[in-house]
Design a protein around this ligand. Structure first.
Ligand code: NAP
Length: 659
């Protein structure tokens, strides 16, 4: 049993709380209760568990036509089939609970692929079987853990201190793995708490739009998420709990910023200059540095004339002020991206007026679970039915990540005047247009304003947070005229109107292209990382390593972001696994450092750029925050998640100078 499932069985405070109810063993012999427990659980996921236990592929065939793949992932199995699945699985789980039936083996080859295809609602290539086999492996150690080939002497480990810059989601993940490996490490965190973005962002309505049973560490499942899409407080608590559960907190220096990291060619180590909250500076040494500073943490204020002249309250979503009371105020909000579409609907009922300044619309999709609470039955199933949480995670993986990937790739033979980029993408567009027409009505004057002219996924796709209802409120105006200037009284548009306001909310995003700013990073021979990159053109091998910067690793580095859904925690876990393999190689070879070869880095960047040239984000005329001033996509991963999993699964020593 791996760590996650130990938690599931109730060895952690997290998993034993909530509405998980009696465990599997407690229901031994109680057929009625077991059957009742299964009633609230997702039938498609129960089906996969049942097939894993029975090998009954006829059942797969019977269910398959009723499970639809992305974009509108759902199942419509007849009730009689759902009941059959629940009845048969009840009998099996009773046997398990009574110790009369062992856990089934992990399916292999075509059998596994058939199960994955049913889970996905469409054909899944064999690429996914190895990844899923790993995920279904409940044995200790977790196959994703780093295991030493030869356990180094304690002194060797002590001589290899690692510094992690940042204690957000990715920094905590790296810290957990370093601790498990027995390496000494320190986390430097500028805030007084862990959680990164989930600590810093607390604007009204702040939450996640990747479902939480996927958007969580694979090794630290939370079977008690209150909602499928949790809000900020619950997410922040989750990362706090992870830090506590794995004993990370004692390793964190809070209220401290890293100013610079300088490599010493003679000592083969890094010297980091830190600035404490009081302003004092000091230095620490590290053999390796893991930058876990995130991507979206420096707010971007728009360059609008007169911005500072506004006499009312002005605030950016990422620098919210809890003392700001929007009730009864005339509020203007600039920006309609992920942050704006969470703030707007949340405050609209209480403001006197809300004027939303939209420069360009986003595509918005509905999700039936977006506001839904997780039922007790589902929580019970996640916590207690063997493999259930893993199969459910794969369904989410497909529906929110790799299942959408084909719709991102330009078909050179597809031409519908630039509205979409391939047949699948066009179907997604039709679905989203149908949806917004259903929300606004076919004759609404808002239709033209909110229907993007660019293909779906060109900007980050958003889940409908009552956006269209909000736009139709009597006290809400969608302003699509260009902003001319900000004046003390409010905002003036280019067509000469003045909109008087008490407050302006900037939902205008982040300075994403200034990767690792404002730190100074100097590698071999004093090479400056920002000189190497230029002002806004960050690159890295696998988004993680840059030639000339030995043992310097980036989490969520260049070209690892996801815009079609996805899950940045998955990417982070892949990167941490890769970094741990790199450190193992260096330490076991009794070397000092690994430095990616320039030609390996260059080839990777060429491949990334070539792939992006054929993807939706470089669509003609489209603007998004993923590209730099030269139009190069620096932010996003062009690969499927399964590809990235494969690319980061092993560390190939020949690709590095190991010295
Ligand atoms: P964003 O996606 O960059 O959106 C910024 C918005 O401000 C856009 O609508 C943009 O218009 C507008 N804007 C920027 N400058 C402007 C100007 N000078 N005049 C008028 N409008 C201007 O920022 P965000 O909403 O904060 O989201 C950033 C990223 O954070 C997301 O892509 C996502 O990755 C993440 N995020 C996720 C969640 C979630 O999970 N729910 C929530 C918040 C943020 P244009 O589109 O025309 O540029």
């Amino acid at each position: 049993m791996n760590k996650g499932d130990q938690a599931a069985e109730g060895t952690s405070a997290r998993a034993s709380g909530g509405a998980s109810g009696p465990g599997l063993a407690e229901l031994a012999g109680d057929h009625a209760q077991m059957r009742a427990a299964l009633d609230g659980a997702d039938a498609a996921t129960l089906l996969l568990v049942l097939v894993q236990f029975t090998g009954d592929h006829d059942l797969l065939g019977r269910a398959r036509p009723f499970i639809a793949g992305p974009m509108n992932y759902h199942e419509t199995m007849p009730e009689v089939l759902r009941a059959e699945i629940r009845d048969r699985l009840t009998a099996i789980l009773i046997e398990c609970a009574e110790g009369k039936r062992p856990l089934p083996p992990i399916p292999e080859g075509d059998a596994l692929r058939a199960m994955l295809s049913t889970a996905a609602g469409e054909d899944v290539s064999e690429d996914y079987t190895a990844m899923m086999r790993e995920d279904l492996d409940l044995a200790e150690p977790d196959p994703r853990d780093m295991v030493w080939h030869t356990l180094p002497a304690p002194a060797r480990l002590e001589q290899f201190p690692v510094v992690i810059i940042g204690g957000g989601m990715s920094g905590v993940c790296a810290a957990i793995r370093l601790k498990e490996a027995g390496l000494p490490f320190t986390v430097i965190e500028k805030n007084p708490a862990v959680g990164g973005s989930w600590y810093e962002n607390f604007y009204p309505g702040c939450g996640v739009d990747t479902p939480n049973h996927f958007y969580s560490y694979s090794f630290f499942p939370n079977h008690d998420w209150s909602h499928f899409f949790a809000k900020r407080d619950e997410l922040w608590t989750y990362f706090e709990d992870a830090a506590d559960h794995y004993g990370i907190r004692d390793h964190i220096q809070f209220g401290t910023e890293v100013i610079s990291a300088i490599w010493s060619d003679s000592d083969s180590d890094w010297t980091l200059t830190l600035r404490r909250a009081g302003g004092t500076e000091e230095q620490i040494k590290a053999k390796a540095v893991i930058s876990a500073v995130g991507v979206l943490n420096r707010p971007k204020l728009p360059d609008i004339a007169g911005r500072d002249s506004f006499a009312g309250k002005a605030l950016h979503t990422a620098q919210w002020d809890n003392d700001f009371d929007w009730r009864g105020k005339r509020v203007g909000m600039i920006g309609t991206g992920a942050s704006g579409q969470q703030v707007g609907p949340t405050i609209a009922p209480d403001v006197a007026s809300l004027t939303i300044f939209q420069r360009s619309p986003h595509w918005v999709v509905p999700n039936p679970n977006y506001f839904a609470e997780v039922s007790d039955g589902m929580k019970w199933a996640l916590a207690h039915i063997p493999f259930f949480a893993r199969w459910y995670r794969f369904q989410l993986f497909w529906a929110f990540a790799d299942g959408l990937h084909a719709s991102l790739k330009v078909d050179p033979n597809w031409d519908d005047g630039g509205k979409s980029i391939n047949a699948k993408n066009a179907r997604h567009r039709e679905y989203m247009v149908r949806y917004l027409r259903s929300k606004l009505g076919g004759n609404s004057p808002l239709l033209d304003k909110v229907t993007p002219t660019y293909p779906p996924y060109g900007k980050r796709i958003l889940i409908d947070n009552n956006w269209f209802e909000t736009l139709q409120r009597g006290n809400v105006d969608l302003e699509t005229g260009r902003i001319a200037r900000i004046v003390p009284e409010g905002i003036e548009t280019e067509d000469g109107r003045r909109i008087e306001l008490d407050a302006i909310i900037y939902a205008t995003g982040f300075q994403a292209s200034k990767v690792l700013a404002p730190m100074t990073i100097r590698g071999v021979g004093g090479k400056d990382l920002h000189d190497f990159w230029g002002p806004d053109d960050a690159t890295a091998y696998l988004g993680t390593m840059v030639p000339g910067f030995p043992n310097f690793f980036m989490l969520m580095g260049p070209n690892t972001g996801l815009a079609h859904g996805g899950n940045v925690i998955f990417i982070t876990e892949c990167q941490v696994r890769f970094i741990m393999a790199a450190l193992r190689t260096v330490i076991e070879q009794d070397a000092h450092s690994a430095d990616v070869r320039p030609e390996v880095h260059a080839a990777h960047v060429r491949e990334v750029d070539a792939l992006h040239a054929g993807m939706v984000w470089t669509h003609k005329g489209l603007t998004n925050w993923y590209r730099n001033d030269q139009g190069r996509v620096f932010a996003l991963l062009p690969y499927r998640l399964v590809d990235y999993w494969k690319m980061t699964r092993t560390f190939v020593p020949e690709e590095y100078t190991i010295a």
